[in-house]
Design a protein around this ligand. Structure first.
Ligand SMILES: Nc1ncnc2c1ncn2[C@@H]1O[C@H](COP(=O)(O)OP(=O)(O)OP(=O)(O)O)[C@@H](O)[C@H]1O
Ligand SMILES: O=P(O)(O)OC[C@H]1O[C@H](OP(=O)(O)OP(=O)(O)O)[C@H](O)[C@@H]1O
Ligand SMILES: [Mg+2]
Length: 296
């Protein structure tokens, strides 16, 4: 009998749009990441995790088959791989956002239904074929290409395309425009599989939960700031309604009993609006600080 496998094995995109942000997020969560683009595996001994650098498209395959326990990939790539084996999305990671959309030469199409009997080129043929099926749009010929799909219509292998749109600049430059509703909204996600029978399931589960908590900590630290202010007791209820915090704000007494100090996490995007509203309520000494790291 071989020893049970106890090291958490995690897939990380090795190139493309998601790679750098994925490594940044893991570094921020306290994991060691590779320095050299040629490294295929990195062992983080302190945290007991092995990172495998793989093509973003292949991450779902490794995790779905149980060879790797966790992976970072794109939601669109995950759905395109259609792994039936029980890999599942654990959480969105807040970067690599894009939409997956239909597009055609300017002025040529207005709705997806017009594609019946036509050819649509894409690198995401699994995702696209499933979507046409759920929409009840039959008889579309999905043409698989490896990239640069914007050129396919002009070159005559397709009538329309379905592709990742971020800024829309690529489509515009190719003389194309989107039509119909977005097929999906994507971002980088964390996926988990079922592992293998010879894994030490308890150790893997403990380290998986730790990694998830760390990534959530990074997300919160990126999305929230800490706000401190002083307010007169009679205005406290109204102020707390503006800054309810994640669970409940901290209220501390001040030497002047008519006043209290409040400390609460608030969404970073609302910082200035909240400071204005608190000031109007009579709050003073309003201080904002960034959150370096956290466990929620
Ligand atoms: N501007 C973008 N271009 C491509 N993919 C993007 C963009 N923004 C976000 N993404 C996301 O990145 C993932 C695609 O990564 P991938 O590395 O396969 O694409 P790529 O940059 O087109 O790489 P390559 O063409 O070299 O295979 C998808 O989840 C996609 O939604
Ligand atoms: O809306 P935008 O901001 O212009 O970004 C979207 C474009 O970027 C990606 O292409 P990439 O540069 O990866 O080339 P590829 O088609 O060869 O994959 C994607 O396939 C789109 O073409
Ligand atoms: Mg690409």
């Amino acid at each position: 009998m071989s020893e049970p496998r106890t090291t958490l094995r995690v897939a990380v995109p090795n190139k493309g749009s998601l790679s750098e942000s994925a490594m940044d997020m893991l570094s921020e969560a306290g994991y060691l990441q590779r320095r050299d683009r040629n490294e295929l595996v990195l062992v983080d001994e302190v945290n007991g995790v092995e990172f495998f650098y793989l093509r973003p498209r292949d991450v779902a395959v490794y995790v779905g088959s149980g060879i790797l326990h966790l992976g970072l990939t794109g939601r669109d790539l995950f759905q395109d791989a259609s792994v039936e084996t029980g890999a599942q999305e654990i959480m969105g990671l807040g970067f690599g956002r894009s939409t997956f959309r239909l597009a055609g030469p300017r002025g040529s199409f207005t709705a997806a239904e017009e594609l019946a009997g036509r050819r649509v080129a894409t690198t995401y043929d699994g995702l696209l074929s499933n979507w046409f099926a759920t929409q009840g749009i039959d008889d579309v010929e999905v043409v698989h290409l490896d990239g640069a799909v914007e050129s396919s219509v002009r070159l005559g292998v397709a009538d329309a395309i379905a592709d990742v749109v971020e800024t829309g600049n690529t489509l515009k430059a190719a003389g194309m425009e989107t039509f119909g509703a977005p097929i999906m909204e994507s971002e980088a996600i964390l996926i988990a599989g079922n592992g293998k029978p010879h894994d030490d399931a308890q150790a893997i589960e403990r380290d998986t939960q730790r990694l998830i908590r760390r990534l959530r900590g990074v997300l919160v630290a990126r999305q929230y700031v800490m706000m401190d202010y002083d307010i007169r007791r009679e205005n406290l209820d109204e102020a707390m309604a503006l800054t309810p915090g994640l669970e409940s704000p901290t209220i501390s007494p001040l030497a002047d009993e008519r006043w209290v100090a409040v400390r609460s996490m608030v969404p970073a995007k609302r910082t200035n609006q909240l400071m204005d509203e608190l000031y109007d309520l009579g709050a003073r000494a309003i201080l904002v600080s960034t959150i370096h790291a956290c466990r929620i």
